[in-house]
Write a protein that binds this ligand. Structure first.
Ligand code: APR
Ligand code: PHB
Length: 390
């Protein structure tokens, strides 16, 4: 078989890239090792920057977002229960974010393959990349007991942190940067109205907490727990009590509780792989970088990567120049590192670190009260949260 671009992975990055290429008249084939049901069942975050909202509108996959998405013009920070608001809209000259779950985004992007089902293959096993440096790349995979090879011009590695693409790059051709955090996020999803109309990020002596939502009747909350925490130690009742303590009396007074429909612990990590290209292979999304969820940047970085990459492929196939492809890694990494910095900084500002001493705590308190009183500091935070320009 032959196509122009083989895309490994049907997460938001791979699916969006294929739609953007299709819109530019460029052929692609998406190979996903899991089932469609599994890919659509993963619970992830749900804050969309303008760049992501614009891409969904550009490819016409926005009906769900327009119908169910919640535009947010601000969010709140809390220090030991004392809440103050960051008015993103006013501080950034009119920008905002859209609350719309990544699970819904992934579902919408998969449904949009209805008119070209052959371009998206689920349960493609043992995907392997070949001859990435030879000018004649190809990808093999197994499907229904058959081994198939696809000849192509380029491969887009959109297969996440645990994918095969990054591992196909020889050690000498790249390097990674990593920071692991000594705690995790215990998340709960429940069909109860949110305790506040916007998100609340809380720094509390007992640890971090976040009040978020998926809709006016479905809430998503998180508390910081030790990385090796046993989820069995957190029955719903204990979790609701802890949330009320960490979010503070004002939020707690509006908190409705109910049975969890999903509850899980996720680790926190900062990770970047450079460069995001090796010969005919281009990495995008979690395959090249991971951010802690504090800044809600994971999905949005994946989207800004594929926006840059799709533009570069269009320049190659429509205008016949490889210049944009040659600049892709440097341009994507410039935005990635700024989002990594913001996510690392926001995590440091709002979480309890095991080795923190009283002075460290005072530094957090002082920085939060500085932000509270400084329009300049709030503007820095707002422009990073809504998303930096491409
Ligand atoms: N072969 C084929 N598919 C693979 C392979 C492989 N060897 N390895 C992984 N995959 C698939 C996974 O099953 C998954 O569906 O690649 C997809 C990668 O999707 P994501 O992990 O969602 O990564 P990405 O599309 O970059 O989206 C990043 O996802 O994890 C969140 O916070 C992150 O929001 C960010 C977003
Ligand atoms: C979420 O709604 O799941 C969410 C929101 C904001 C974050 C992280 C997760 O920073």
């Amino acid at each position: 078989m032959r196509t122009q671009v083989v895309i490994i992975g049907a997460g938001p990055a791979g699916l969006m890239l294929s739609h953007l290429l299709h819109k530019a008249g460029i052929a692609s084939l998406v190979l996903e090792r899991r089932t469609a049901a599994y890919v659509q069942s993963r619970i992830r975050a749900g804050i969309l920057e303008q760049v992501t909202v614009d891409l969904l509108r550009e490819i016409g996959v926005c009906a769900g977002m327009e119908r169910e998405g919640l535009p947010h013009q601000g969010f709140s920070l809390a220090l030991d229960g004392d809440i103050f608001r960051i008015d993103m809209h006013a501080l950034t000259g009119g920008s905002s974010v859209m609350v719309y779950g990544q699970t819904q985004v992934t579902r919408d992007l998969i449904e949009a393959f209805a008119d070209r089902p052959g371009d998206l293959v689920f349960e493609a096993e043992n995907v392997a990349l070949h001859d990435l440096g030879s000018g004649r790349p190809s990808v093999t995979y197994e499907k229904d007991g058959q081994t198939l090879r696809v000849q192509c011009d380029y491969v887009a590695g959109c297969d996440g942190y645990h994918g095969v693409s990054r591992g196909s790059i020889p050690d000498h051709a790249g390097r990674s940067y990593e920071r692991a955090y000594p705690f995790g996020w215990l998340g709960i999803l429940a069909d109860v109205p949110p305790c506040h109309h916007e998100l609340i990020y809380s720094n509390h002596a007992r640890g971090f907490a976040l009040a978020s939502m998926r809709s006016p009747v479905r809430s998503r909350y998180y508390v910081q727990v030790p990385s090796d925490e046993d989820i069995g130690a957190w029955p719903d009742a204990r979790l609701w009590d802890e949330l009320a303590l960490r979010l503070g009396p004002e939020a707690a007074s509006h908190m409705q509780t109910g049975p969890s429909i999903e509850k899980s612990i996720a680790g926190l990590k900062s990770f970047v792989f450079e460069p995001m290209r090796y010969g005919a292979l281009f990495l995008a999304g979690d395959a090249a970088h991971i951010v802690p969820p504090t800044g809600a940047k994971g999905l949005n970085l994946a989207m800004s990567d594929v926006k840059l990459l799709s533009r570069a492929f269009a320049a190659r196939y429509v205008e016949g120049t490889e210049a944009e492809l040659d600049r892709y890694s440097e341009r994507a990494l410039s935005r990635v590192w700024k989002a990594e910095r913001f996510s690392w900084w926001f995590t440091g500002l709002t979480h309890r670190f095991p080795n923190m001493d009283a002075f460290d705590r005072r530094m957090q308190v002082a920085e939060l009260s500085y932000i509270r009183g400084s329009r300049a500091a709030q503007t820095v935070m707002a422009e990073n949260y809504v998303g930096l320009p491409l």
